[in-house]
Design a protein around this ligand. Structure first.
Ligand code: PMP
Length: 457
């Protein structure tokens, strides 16, 4: 069969026969058939039926500079012609690796000046685990090997990254967890805050870290890891008091602080990195996604001067991936960062489109009582769907509210993601006011229809 000329039905049949999808219910997929995305431009994707759909999720939280950037295509083409691959093992480098590491040292905060390259957020977090444990070994404290993460935290899908994260359904898949990983409550005021103010609750949620440290002993703990805003957990942005208190607790107990910037990095919160938005300085910082705007797979882990110096005393580092610092991905990531700089996209999120999205979402929530909470920061937002705003009574998994809303919105030409019973928005940083208006208009129609379907209108 000439696959290039396939129509949607043919694509779907072939897909169903041969392709196993990540994070997808095979039964639902078989019933509905896959959606085949064939091209994209700016903030829009096109499917094989000719629909033009506004991508409110920037691919998978990653296409920060938008689709269709010829400059990135040209950069990749040039690098591929010149040197498509060489490794960075055994004392070799390529110019694009060196230049990207130097560029990253300019934009990362404080003394995060040293970078290890990988290909995905999951690999970056596996690197975090191995390197942090190695660091404590070199410092003569090998018993400091445990990690503390958070419920609903997401750090990837490899065995180690799944263990680091706090997604119960992932842990439950074939008992997919390793020993040495602990989890504390997520700092979600709306869900757990009770009568506390958000600021009081932020301190209370940070206190859960200290309680866990005292329970298992600081001498056994390598690091605490968290996303500045928990993305895949449903866009949980903590109260302003949370992160500074977490930092204080980590310093007090000599525990490394890891800020997982895979979603929040590269301008998403209106700062280069999410930790800057919350005013904390991590010791280790994994990053991916917006690093190349998803044009090619690449990730990195930033380490502080102090960790770098210690690791350098520890002899050879038996860790790495064939494609660590792939020259083409490095060149594209570098060019992508230059676009973010040149077009002032970080400032744009902070001063313009971030506040505008928030203002429009506030209006939206005033019109729809099915929205219990609007949360997020910068250009990432979550809308908690509830049965009753007064009592905060949530929809149950059986109600399936968010999935229903997601499908209705998709039919109207808007991609949002459903997480639990929340709708999530995370568009390209290049989104315009008119496109934000389109998100609001389509989401509004979708919410009305969802509420009607669920009998809460
Ligand atoms: N960390 C965070 C915060 C993420 O959101 C993700 C992916 N959504 C990952 C790590 C894993 O990245 P990847 O899918 O590239 O392995």
């Amino acid at each position: 069969m000439a696959i290039a000329q396939s129509n949607t039905a043919q694509w779907q049949a072939l897909d169903a026969s041969h392709h196993i999808h990540p994070f997808c219910d095979p039964k639902t997929l078989a019933e509905r058939g896959t959606r085949v995305i064939t091209s994209a431009d700016g903030c829009y994707v096109h499917d094989s039926d000719g629909n033009r759909i506004l991508d409110g999720m920037a691919g998978l939280w990653c296409v920060n500079v938008g689709y269709g950037r010829q400059e990135l295509v040209d950069t990749a083409t040039r690098q591929m012609s010149e040197l498509p691959f060489y490794n960075s093992f055994f004392q070799s480098s390529t110019p694009s690796q060196i230049e990207l590491a130097q560029k990253l040292s300019e934009i990362t905060p404080g003394d995060l000046n040293h970078f290890f390259f990988a290909n995905s957020g999951s690999e970056a977090n596996d690197t975090v685990i191995r390197m942090a444990r190695h660091y404590w070994h070199v410092r003569g404290k090998p018993e400091k090997y445990k990690f503390i993460g958070r419920n609903l935290g997401y750090h990837g899908s490899t065995l180690a990254a799944t263990s680091l994260g706090g997604m119960k359904h992932m842990h439950d898949m074939g008992s997919s967890t390793l020993p040495g990983f602990e989890h504390i409550m997520e700092p979600h005021w709306y869900a757990h805050g009770g009568n506390l103010t958000p600021e009081e609750f932020g301190l209370r949620a940070a206190q859960a870290l200290e309680e866990k440290i005292l329970e298992i002993g600081a001498d056994n703990i390598a690091a605490f890891i968290g996303e500045p805003v928990q993305g895949a957990g449903g866009v949980i942005d903590p109260p302003s008091t949370y992160w500074p208190e977490v930092q204080k607790i980590c310093r007090k107990h000599d525990i490394l602080l890891v800020s997982d910037e895979v979603i929040c990095g590269f301008g998403r919160l209106g700062e280069w990195f999410g930790c800057q938005y919350y005013g904390v300085q991590p010791d280790i910082m994994p990053m991916a996604k917006g690093m190349s705007s998803g044009y090619l797979p690449i990730s990195a882990v930033a380490f502080s001067d102090a960790i770098f110096e210690t690791i350098n005393e520890g002899g050879p580092i038996p860790h790495g991936y064939t494609y660590s610092g792939h020259p083409v991905a490095c060149a594209v990531a570098h060019a992508n960062i230059e676009i973010i700089e040149r077009e002032g996209l970080v400032e744009r999120v902070r001063d313009d489109v971030g506040p505008y999205l928030r203002e429009r979402l506030k209006e939206l929530s005033e019109q729809h009582s099915i929205i219990g909470e609007v949360r997020g920061a910068g250009l990432i937002a979550g809308l908690q769907l509830v049965k009753s705003r007064e009592t905060r009574e949530p929809f149950t998994a059986e109600d399936n509210a968010a999935n229903i809303c997601r499908d209705i919105c998709l039919d109207k030409g808007l991609i949002m993601r459903a997480v639990g019973q929340a709708m999530v928005i995370c568009p390209p940083l290049t989104i315009t006011h008119a496109e934000i208006d389109e998100i609001i208009e389509k989401a509004s129609a979708g919410l009305t229809e969802t509420a009607r379907k669920l009998g809460v209108a």
